[in-house]
Each structure stands twice: as C-alpha cells, then as structure tokens.
Design a protein. Structure first.
Length: 83
C-alpha cells in the first residue's frame, strides 16, 4: 500500500512540475522570439525521463522500507496490548 501511495505522489509531483516547466518554457520562448528570429526550444527527453524514473525508484523504495520497519512488530505490540 505504501508503494502505491508513493507512486501516486511521484505521478502528481511529476505532473505539477511538468505544468510549471511548460509554462516557464513557453514564457521564455515567447520572450526569446521577440529578440531572435529563430529560437528553438530543445527538451532533453532521455535525461528528463531518467530523472523521473530515479525519483520514482527512490521514493517507492524508501516508503516501502520505512513501512516495513514500522509494521515489523507483532500486531499486539503495535497497538500496545499486553498478552
């Protein structure tokens, strides 16, 4: 369950970052187009996708390990019930 929640957090963060980056790139492109006749916009897709994949891997692994450690005890110990 923690891995799924972490994956959702990565997807939401990636989408929000993509929107912010897209708006920034569009603004910069419009500004540069006024100064220079041809201002191409280049997106380094392989590096971008590798960064997203690495963030997802680190997030899911960290959340899974933390959840595993937190729930490693017996159920009775976790709720504070003495046997």
């Amino acid at each position: 369950m923690a891995a799924a929640e972490s994956a959702v957090a990565v997807v939401v963060g990636t989408v929000l970052a993509a929107v912010a980056t897209g708006l920034t790139a569009a603004t910069q492109h419009a500004s540069l187009a006024q100064l220079v006749a041809a201002a191409p916009t280049v997106v380094p897709w392989p590096q971008l996708l590798a960064t997203i994949a690495l963030c997802a891997l680190v997030t899911v692994a960290t959340a899974s390990v933390a959840t595993g450690r937190a729930t490693h005890r017996r159920a009775a110990e976790a709720v504070g019930v003495r046997e």
